[in-house]
Design a protein around this ligand. Structure first.
Ligand code: ME8
Length: 628
């Protein structure tokens, strides 16, 4: 059985759980669920980081002892993860006795091996980050993260001889191209390693900081935050010799946000090397959520509020949104409107609608029992093939933590299923007794699709997928191996499922931008509409419009003529992705000049939240064909 060990960062207890923490933890949970579905032996570790100045300071402000403060916030995190249905195997706290013992053990080991020495250090220190900043990193005399002035501190401290590992680390990263991923973060680290690496200060004098783990070889000092925190990943699975430690450690993958890239990609591998432990298999790094355009900051209550949306719209909708909206590794904007947009479009319209149609058709046209299939036509073999491809695409995407790609593939398949129902029209087949064999084939295919979706959606939408499986009477833990295009058996009872994801009426959601704009649209007379000439066009060439972030210049063919159309879609499509696409354009729009380029026509696209999709035709039509 393959082993899979995944960790999230351990979160500081100086802030309540918020959107950012939830994002990482949800991704980790979805990944753990996916690996369990595949049959792997999975261990998911999360927890809290409880020592250090920061926490001592907030506790003092609150008038309680640091441990009491940490107890309260750690419980908050556990409660938040339980409410979100996070399937972690251990919640580690850096104040756990086994962790404190492991940190001391590793420190002693490194001290004995001459990897640690006492030295003097002076530098610009940020109390928010609990670390010194180098001149190069300081922006306008301030901490680039907290935008607060730094304090010059000089003191005697213990240092880990990190500098001696520089060449080894560069070589290790070069020889393991997927160690740090996505690649942009690997490049960032290799770039950083072009400058000389400093030794790492690992202690603070107890006179300044009481709240930490004492150094085993000098009780006047406590460990510095990162040395304590990073070691949680080995404590969590029983370092040095608890059962399963070796096996799990050999397969460890870390998941973090880009803010803590350096400690994980530089300090941690050097620490592991010095301690004689293997380096992690992969460091998976995601981007940052922004709210209202700015970087999301802990001091802003809206990040906590954002997490509250799980209660308003449900865990599944929240999970789906964050996984689908953010390209793993890049930043994205969070907004309630965008979440509602996805909920209505992808969950209510696409998935919810399909599940309700399929189960209702089987109930109404076959008495709720899955009919036997007849001879499949190209439509059914097409579905079977598409399902096989979808599963392979999901597997490949999940290998790289590309959650967005995995979901996009599944939703393309769901789109295909809805079109299949539209085209095959089972309700019409039911009216003609000569076509009842064909009806059985179509309803059977719908049953297969429900079965497959009930399994494959489990990591992403645990609640909704359980409802689908429940309707099909599928008991026990789902397994990916059962998601073939075959079952369920003929005669299986299938219950109606309606309202899997009820649409959210934006007018009933005060405070959203959409609620302000949903006025009843004025009617357009058919004759007026007909004056708009819509045509199918083939994109022949596409390029960015110089100096414009938004515009692309498209050369499109309308069959008998080619023309230039400028479209504001550069933030959503790469030029190369458009070439060869059959799109829909307004052909008789008055020509207009945009950034110096004359545009003759307009490309049609739909949008919801931050997603934009160009309209295409779902069967082959010649360029120039009329759209009406
Ligand atoms: O750094 N977008 O803890 P922390 C996405 N204790 N993810 C975000 C985010 C945002 N806007 N804000 C926070 C620490 N996160 C240390 C870690 S690990 C050995 C020690 C997530 O409470 C993201 O995972 O500041 C980020 O890396 C983490 O929270 C930082 O949590």
């Amino acid at each position: 059985m393959p082993t899979f060990y995944l960790t999230t960062p351990i979160y500081y207890v100086n802030a309540r759980p918020h959107l950012g923490h939830a994002y990482t933890t949800i991704l980790a949970d979805a990944m753990a669920r996916y690996r369990r579905l595949r049959g792997d032996d999975v261990f998911l570790l999360t927890g809290t980081d409880e020592h250090g100045d920061n926490i001592a300071q907030v506790a003092a402000k609150a008038g309680v002892a640091p441990k009491a403060y940490a107890d309260e916030i750690a419980a908050d995190f556990q409660k938040a993860w339980d409410e979100l249905g996070i399937t972690y195997d251990r919640f580690i706290r850096t104040t756990d006795a086994d962790h404190e013992a492991v940190v001391q053990k590793i420190l002693q080991k490194l001290w004995d091996a001459g990897e640690i020495y006492l030295g003097k250090y002076g530098g610009q220190y940020c109390f928010g980050c609990e670390r010194f900043y180098t001149e190069k990193e300081i922006v306008d005399g301030k901490c680039p993260d907290h935008q607060r002035p730094l304090t010059y501190i000089e003191e005697e401290n213990y240092f880990f001889k990190m500098s001696k590992y520089q060449d080894w680390l560069v070589d290790y990263i070069r020889r393991n191209p997927d160690l740090i991923r996505p690649e942009r973060y690997r490049n960032e680290i290799l770039g950083f390693l072009r400058d000389p690496l400093q030794d790492l200060s690992i202690s603070r004098p107890r006179t300044r900081l009481e709240w930490g783990i004492p150094l085993p070889f000098d009780a006047k000092y406590v460990t510095y935050v990162w040395f304590d925190a990073l070691i949680n990943y080995v404590t969590g699975v029983g370092y040095p010799d608890r059962p399963g430690f070796k096996e799990r450690w050999g397969h460890v993958q870390h998941l973090i946000g880009k803010d803590i890239l350096k400690p994980h990609a530089i300090y941690w591998p050097c620490m592991l090397k010095a301690a004689g432990l293997d380096v992690f298999r992969h460091l998976n790094v995601h981007g940052y959520w922004r709210i209202g355009g700015g970087k999301m900051s802990k001091s802003v209550g809206n990040v906590v509020e954002a997490l509250g949306l799980t209660k308003k719209y449900g865990n599944d909708a929240f999970r789906y949104f964050v996984m689908r909206e953010m390209v793993f590794g890049l930043d994205a904007d969070f907004s309630e409107e965008a979440l509602v947009g996805r909920l209505n479009a992808d969950l209510a319209n696409d998935l919810g609608n399909f599940v309700s149609r399929a189960t209702t058709l089987i109930a109404n046209l076959a008495g709720g029992r899955l009919p036997a299939p007849g001879e499949p036509t190209a439509a059914e073999t097409g579905l079977a093939e598409a399902w096989r491809k979808t599963r392979a695409a999901v597997d490949a995407a999940m290998e790289e933590f590309a959650f967005q790609r995995a979901l996009t593939s599944i939703w393309e398949f769901i789109g295909m299923l809805n079109r299949y129902v539209d085209t095959e029209q089972p309700w019409a087949l039911a009216k003609d007794s000569a076509k009842h064999g064909r009806l059985g084939t179509v309803l059977n295919a719908l049953g297969r699709a429900l079965h497959g979706l009930g399994i494959v959606l489990a990591p992403f939408l645990p609640d909704a997928s359980a409802k689908i499986r429940g309707a099909l009477g599928m008991a026990g833990e789902p397994r990916l191996a059962d998601a073939e295009w075959g079952p369920p058996a003929t005669g299986t009872t299938i219950a109606k499922v309606s309202g899997l994801f009820p649409r959210v009426d934006v007018e009933k959601t005060p405070g959203t931008a959409e609620s302000k704009v949903t006025a009843e649209p004025a009617h357009v007379a058919i004759a007026d509409f007909r004056r708009t000439e819509l045509r199918v066009a083939e994109v022949v060439a596409a390029e960015a419009v110089p100096k414009s972030k938004k515009l692309l210049k498209l050369t499109v063919s309308l069959g008998d003529e080619q023309r230039t159309i400028v479209a504001g879609i550069a933030e959503h499509y790469a030029p190369a992705d458009l070439v060869g696409k059959k799109v829909v354009v307004v052909a008789n729009l008055e020509p207009a000049k945009l950034m110096g380029v004359e545009s003759r026509g307009m490309l049609l696209a739909g949008s919801a939240g931050t997603t934009l999709a160009v309209l295409t035709v779902d069967r082959d039509l010649p360029a120039g064909a009329k759209v009406s």
